[in-house]
Design a binder for this molecule. Structure first.
Ligand code: NAD
Length: 261
């Protein structure tokens, strides 16, 4: 079996990269549980659309990834309704841009909870089943910020470096069980998360919107282009394939050359 018929949970898949990965998996015939925030009606429209495009089932769970009990309940629901969780994509994430001394403490901790601690809780819930069936794929959405830093993103950079370290550790723990654990680390992908940080970056650096795009975002990427959601999704699909069974503990950059500098 390759991807068709596998059961996947993709956290933070109501928009952006997660939705792109969920769409790619569903199109390949995987059963997918979506998760994330948003307008319930719009989420249901997207869920039904994906279900029509897929030979598999498409479900939705509204777990708040900052709440461990809700993460555990989502993983239990996926196992109960789909039979197993074969693929886990830990993707939910938020951003906040501020100098450390002004960074609201509750926002800092929230970023760590959603971007890092949730990855632990979902992985912990997924591993026993994956190990027992001797097949599993865990893909963590890292970031170029899992490898390098930028000013004013202390919580995000700390969380993403944490995700990269967690990925390597779990990969070693389960390497002999047919379970691979990898990080995909995109540079700037044009999604709501990037769009939303532009006003704060304008304020923190005293720049116009266009200056933020040219001098902060794309400045980091030698190709001078945004990465696309579809490009990230196709790398995730590859990691789920049997061809990628020897890739584990890796942090795969897809960043237009950003971290080569
Ligand atoms: P996005 O804002 O479009 O999507 C984020 C998703 O996470 C949404 O579905 C949102 O509802 C969900 N989410 C947020 N808080 C949640 C919570 N508490 N519980 C459940 N779901 C929650 O952003 P995106 O750019 O697609 O980001 C997805 C991932 O990719 C994040 O981990 C982000 O750090 C990472 N990333 C993004 C970029 C980029 O340039 N866009 C680059 C590198 C890494």
């Amino acid at each position: 079996m390759s991807i068709k018929g596998r059961n996947a949970v993709v956290t933070g898949s109501t928009s952006g990269i997660g939705l792109g990965i969920a769409r790619a998996l569903a199109t390949e015939g995987a059963n997918v549980m979506l998760n994330g925030f948003g307008d319930p009606g719009a989420i249901e429209v997207e869920r039904a659309k994906l279900a029509r495009q897929s030979s598999g089932e498409v479900l939705y769970n509204s777990a708040d990834m900052s709440k461990p009990a809700e993460i555990e309940a989502m993983m239990e629901e996926a196992k109960a309704k789909l039979g197993s969780v074969d693929i886990l994509v830990n993707n939910a994430g938020i951003q906040f841009v501020s100098p450390v001394e002004d960074f609201p403490s509750d926002r800092w901790e929230e970023i760590i909870r959603i971007n890092l601690v949730a990855v632990f809780h979902a992985t912990k819930a997924a591993l026993p089943g994956m190990k027992a069936q001797k097949w599993g794929r865990i893909i963590n959405t890292g970031s170029a910020h899992s490898l390098v830093a930028s000013p004013f993103k202390s919580a995000y950079v700390a969380a993403k470096h944490g995700v990269a370290g967690f990925t390597k550790t779990v990969a070693l723990e389960v390497a002999s069980f047919g379970v691979t654990v990898n990080c995909i680390s995109p540079g700037y992908v044009w999604t709501e998360l990037v769009e939303r940080q532009i006003p704060d970056t304008m304020k923190a650096r005293n720049l116009t919107k266009q200056q933020v795009i040219d001098e902060v975002l794309l400045k980091a990427q030698p190709t001078k282009q945004f990465v696309t959601v579809e490009q990230v999704a196709s790398l995730a699909l590859y990691l789920c394939s049997d061809a990628a069974s020897q890739i584990t503990g890796a942090n795969l950059s897809i960043d237009g050359g950003w971290t080569a500098q």
